[in-house]
Ligand binder design. Sequence first.
Ligand code: ITT
Length: 196
Amino acid sequence: MRIIFATSNEGKMKEIRAILKDIDIELLSLKDLGLNPDIDENGNTFEENAIIKAKTIMELTGEIVLADDSGIEVDYMNKAPGVYSARFMGEDTSYTIKNQFIIDQLKSAKEEERTARFVCAIACAFTDGEIITRRGVIEGQIARNICGSHGFGYDPIFYVPEYHCTTAEMSPDQKNEISHRGKALREIKEVLKKHL
Ligand code: ITT
């Protein structure tokens, strides 16, 4: 069975391929299909945006489509950047700048005020119009310094106390095992297995 993953984010796609590697599907990215759609992600929640992406590409291709909408919620910043995580400070601003900005915002924050979470909503749009979503969350803190070079985006400032490191310091397998994306996608995998 062919399934399209509607993302243009290479970092996400790498993790998605690893998490879905044990099911018998041909997984194609937008890049594999030569598609570069400009989708207006105007939803208010991660689920709404994931549905917009999955539905748009399902209608364009006529195939089963998965989509991921995710981001980081920083409690000290009133849960920003949230659904705006990719667009925060401008889509083309480097993550070194974005990550340092967040660290600076929390300069006066007490230890217990440094809480944050990664959230991931995955939507699956079937060709008969049915759409399902699953959400995964990982709780953590904003690190005091940028640390680690694995992963992408906000990983170098997302500190997981239980592991004493940021998600950018974890191996890819370790991150996938505990991450928001890993949790949401493993639930979707069970739904897909039933569908298969
Ligand atoms: P697509 O819409 O093409 O999938 P995108 O990067 O625009 O790619 P989102 O709108 O879902 O995707 O924004 C997600 C952003 O949240 C992403 O660009 C990162 O900045 C951040 N993010 C999500 N998951 C992350 C993770 O596992 N590690 C670090 N940052 C993450």
